[in-house]
Unconditional design. Structure first.
Length: 204
């Protein structure tokens, strides 16, 4: 099996994992920052991700990143945005993870990376969407803004960790994925209780 020559296997796995997880939080920032890092020569992208550094992809992802940045700061608009992006973030996370291995003789690794990337994106997306939906029940906007800005800072930090310290990144991604699944489950139960509490009693 011939893997892409720029990175060894642990680094490629870390990159696939971080791209998958981060895509569930800020997909367009992931696409833009990864492409920009490759375009500026900060990192050497695997062949399957080189398309991200093209001017067209950089420009389109920059615009969408700005739109997402603004939408994520408005209570309830963020939840609508998350609902729509349920059908975007998960397959995109799988596609980005697949692209890490670039096809060729690494097809088996690429398929496994796609499955893992989609799963990680789904975990992150579910945790993000449920957290923001729960916070939106609060009348003050500051907790919403704090969570949004925290996500804005977390994604580039996670991408950097994936490039600079692959083994640490794999450990962090695994722990975060487990925590996010538990958080999403707990918050959806909480939201369900709020919804049932606010539902009018049936007439007898």
């Amino acid at each position: 099996m011939n893997l892409p020559p720029q990175l060894d296997l642990p680094a490629l796995l870390a990159l696939a994992a971080t791209l998958g997880l981060a895509s569930g939080l800020r997909l367009y920032a992931v696409v833009f920052l990864t492409g920009l890092a490759g375009r500026l020569g900060w990192v050497e992208l695997p062949p399957g991700l080189v398309l991200l550094q093209s001017p067209m992809v950089l420009g389109g992802s920059a615009v969408l990143m700005a739109v997402e940045f603004l939408a994520d700061k408005v209570p309830w608009v963020d939840s609508v945005w998350d609902a729509v992006h349920t059908f975007v973030r998960i397959p995109a996370g799988a596609a980005l993870a697949y692209g890490v291995f670039g096809g060729g003789d690494a097809q088996a690794w690429a398929l496994l990376a796609a499955l893992a990337g989609g799963t990680l994106a789904a975990s992150a997306h579910a945790a993000k969407a449920s957290t923001r939906a729960a916070v939106n029940h609060s009348p003050e906007p500051f907790s919403n803004w704090a969570l949004s800005l925290g996500g804005d800072a977390f994604v580039p930090a996670l991408l950097w960790l994936g490039w600079a310290h692959p083994f640490w990144a794999l450990g962090v991604v695994l722990l975060l994925a487990l925590a996010m699944v538990g958080l999403a489950w707990a918050l959806w139960r909480f939201i369900g209780r709020l919804w049932r509490r606010g539902r009018p009693e049936p007439q007898r």
